[in-house]
Design a binder for this molecule. Structure first.
Ligand code: SF4
Length: 511
């Protein structure tokens, strides 16, 4: 459906506060927008939560979205009048996606409650778990437009997810959402809206690309999709690929005159990993701290169990006793290696999609890994956190689970600590970078060759899709999930083997 041109929206107002140049880019160079920089899961969550919230106040009517704003505004005005009449008969309803248009300023209010024909309550729905500064600007803009359209705004509130909500029986919308009254702040800021919009419009309609310095605003409060374009003049500076820097900190260093790896070596306090990276990048070879690595490997005893979990993290709790956004384990893979050089034995678990997975996965884990085992995980905080939660939930399995928990060693440590660094790691200690650096061209370790599921995000999506999938298609999706998780722990077997080789022979000798 074609959008009307020349309008100014609530989303423009929010974008303008982050960086007014975004408005010009949207209008004139939208082809430079890089979707890969955007958190699509956050946007999807916002849509899901918005739909749920409509029913919070009971009966509601949604204004049909056509992006023909005059038409939507006229429909909204009729619905508000109708809702006001309905109150007299004790049949109140909310108006959702209520559209208001004043001049070129347009807003769609998530929920409007009608007190009478000219008095409204505005509710802005957010999928975050707390109130944020920019939410108040959203409300101020809506308040200004609604008032300009001739209504009184009796209250302006933000409805967000209550992070303390625990699912107990059926989902309770009144408990799931929290409402914060921001009327005073929204009305106070509403006075400045027209002036701010006029200022933002000068950016939106400028004939040439506005000169705006790149900076922290490019990633706050959201990652801006125009960074590939706006940061192009600095993207090649070494400082941006230095481990653990982050874009904003790297930009700060660049502004201090630290650009190359040589500048960094001379000018800033470096971690061992950063020193190892610069050593590799400046042609002085890959790094192995044999003494530290050997001490680390002495802690990994046989038989060793390499463990990896996959989880789901539903915004709306699916399982009793869980909270919004809580990680729930659905799957694990374990490769057991009895002795140095022995062939690994594989075990795996994948929960049924239509039942609470936690008891089954806790039992399967205890059946697979002894309580006193030596276990490795890669970035162990994740696995340990899930095991602690299972132990809290199932006291009869707690001793065994906490035994597994206490025996976990983090296979990521040698890389994060800079004890082992290969140039091909490109400043990262993620297993997706470490694995091909340590084991290049091994076809058994090629994530790209997997069917359907190639990374953790795709694993979450695939598990959630099982609910609605054609039953005939489910075995195929389950198989894809299993093979992905299996590769994660096979990768750990190979990384462990390679570390042993490096401890014996240094980084240059291949397996
Ligand atoms: S990348 Fe930064 S400077 Fe460029 S439009 Fe986005 S926020 Fe503004």
């Amino acid at each position: 459906m074609a959008r009307e041109k020349g309008y100014f929206s609530k989303s423009d107002f929010t974008k303008g506060f982050q960086c007014p140049k975004v408005l010009w880019m949207d209008a004139h160079m939208h082809e430079k927008f890089d979707k890969s920089l955007i958190d699509q899961a956050r946007l999807d969550a916002g849509n899901e939560i918005g739909d749920m919230a409509m029913a919070y106040f009971g009966k509601f009517v949604e204004v049909k979205q056509s992006f023909q704003f005059d038409k939507m505004a006229a429909e909204t005005a009729e619905l508000i009048a109708e809702a006001a009449r309905a109150i007299e008969h004790g049949e109140a309803f909310s108006v959702c996606e209520a559209t208001f248009k004043y001049g070129h300023m347009v807003c769609m209010a998530d929920i409007v409650r009608v007190r009478d024909a000219k008095t409204l309550d505005i509710i802005e729905v957010k999928s975050s778990t707390k109130l944020k500064e920019y939410h108040v600007n959203d409300l101020a803009y809506q308040t200004a437009v609604v008032q300009a359209c001739g209504y009184d705004v009796a209250s302006a509130s933000v409805m967000h997810i209550n992070s303390d909500y625990v699912l107990d029986g059926e989902l309770d919308l009144q408990g799931f959402f929290a409402i914060e009254d921001m009327t005073d702040e929204a009305k106070a800021r509403a006075h400045d809206v027209a002036r701010t919009v006029a200022d933002f419009m000068t950016y939106k309609t400028a004939e040439v690309e506005p000169e705006v310095e790149i900076g922290p605003q490019c990633n706050s409060p959201f990652a801006c999709g125009y960074q590939t374009w706006c940061w192009r003049h600095v993207a090649d500076a070494d400082i941006f690929s230095l481990a653990g820097m982050g874009r904003t900190r790297a930009l700060g260093r660049l502004n201090e005159g630290i650009s190359s790896f040589g500048d960094a070596m001379a000018g800033i306090k470096l971690t061992a990993l950063q020193r190892a990276q610069i050593t590799a990048e400046t042609g002085r070879g890959d790094t192995a701290n044999i003494e530290e690595l050997t001490k680390f490997l002495e802690g990994v005893t046989y038989p060793v169990y390499h463990l990896d979990f996959e989880t789901v993290q539903p915004i709306v709790p699916r399982y009793q006793g869980t909270k919004p956004w809580q990680q729930v384990p659905t799957q694990f893979s374990v490769h057991k290696v009895e002795a140095p050089g022995a062939s690994p034995k594989h075990a795996e678990f994948l929960a049924e999609h239509d039942a609470d997975p936690r008891r089954a996965i806790a039992e399967a884990l205890c059946a697979t890994i002894p309580a006193d085992a030596c276990v490795t995980a890669y970035n162990m905080g994740f696995e340990k956190g899930r095991i602690r939660e299972l132990a809290d939930q199932f006291p009869d399995l707690a001793d065994h689970l906490m035994g597994i928990h206490d025996g976990i060693i983090d296979l990521m440590v040698p890389f994060r600590s800079g004890w082992v660094y290969l140039k091909a790691m490109q400043g990262s200690y993620s297993i997706k970078k470490v694995l091909p650096a340590l084991c290049p061209d091994d076809p058994d370790l090629d994530y790209a060759a997997l069917e359907g599921v190639h990374n953790g995000t795709e694993a979450i999506i695939a598990f959630e899709q099982l609910d609605d999938a054609d039953p005939a298609k489910r075995p195929e999706i389950r198989e894809q999930l299993l093979r992905y998780c299996e590769l994660d722990t096979l990768a750990m077997v190979k990384v462990h083997e390679r570390l042993i080789e490096i401890a014996k022979h240094g980084v240059t000798k291949p397996i």
